[in-house]
Design a protein around this ligand. Structure first.
Ligand SMILES: [Zn+2]
Ligand SMILES: [Zn+2]
Length: 230
């Protein structure tokens, strides 16, 4: 069977090198070719301790602002740069064109990253919900797709009530910035827990800080976040 790269559709080279056979590395199933892989930019080097973007100073200007607003920083950690053509193309296809199979490109790596940073014996993994309209249209929640093999909690749901109030002349993006978009189901479960929020992309951080607000109010002990891209 000739597997093809999920991104460029060229045949994947499956010949195993001798060096690999004698190495102790676990076998990692490949879904994209080395060329496509090399177009993504791993976050590596000094990063902002608040949001995980590559940054020479300890905290970037955005995170300084969050702190001034009284938010405990999330210490977000991300694997890849979002400001990169390959990553933007990827999300365009995965999220917006609804190509669910593309979850495979990063799933294993992302799950391993989360497990390593935050061992599950201590941390609860809380998925950031996606607008139900998007899920209906697309047929899946892209964050869940990326973490399908992790035990995750669906404590947060979108506040549909609020979303139905469409008469507001603000567009959705504007409303998201100001209003709490989520509801916390069974807050009792959150009390005294160490929680890792999981999302696909960290852009402004607003979504994650909205989630943090609710969890803190419910008595979570500590909250961090992890995203595939930043
Ligand atoms: Zn390729
Ligand atoms: Zn930052």
């Amino acid at each position: 069977m000739n597997r093809k790269c999920l991104l460029c559709k060229r045949d994947l080279d499956y010949s195993l090198s001798l060096a690999w056979i004698f190495s102790l590395e676990p076998f990692k199933e490949k879904f994209i070719c080395d060329d496509c892989q090399s177009r993504f930019q791993r976050i590596d080097g000094p990063t902002c301790k608040g949001c995980g973007r590559m940054c020479a100073s300890q905290y970037c200007a955005d995170c300084v602002r969050w702190r001034k607003m009284g938010k405990p920083l999330l210490d977000n950690q991300a694997l890849y740069c979002y400001h990169n053509e390959a990553m933007r193309d990827y999300f365009e296809q995965y999220k917006f064109a609804g190509d669910y199979y593309l979850r495979k490109v990063f799933q294993a790596e992302f799950q391993q990253f989360i497990r390593q940073k935050y061992p599950q014996r201590k941390w609860k993994y809380c998925i950031i919900p996606v607008d139900q309209h998007m899920v209906n249209e697309r047929g899946f929640n892209q964050v869940k797709g990326l973490t399908a093999k992790l035990k995750t909690e669906q404590w947060l749901v979108m506040d549909d009530e609020r979303h139905r109030v469409k008469q507001s002349h603000k567009n959705r993006a504007e409303r998201m910035q100001t209003q709490q978009p989520f509801i916390l189901q069974s807050p009792v479960k959150v009390k005294n827990q160490s929680v890792v929020l999981i999302d696909d992309i960290y852009t402004t951080g607003r979504t994650l800080y909205h989630a943090q607000d609710l969890l803190l109010k419910a008595g979570a002990a500590e909250i961090r976040s992890v995203t595939l891209a930043r």
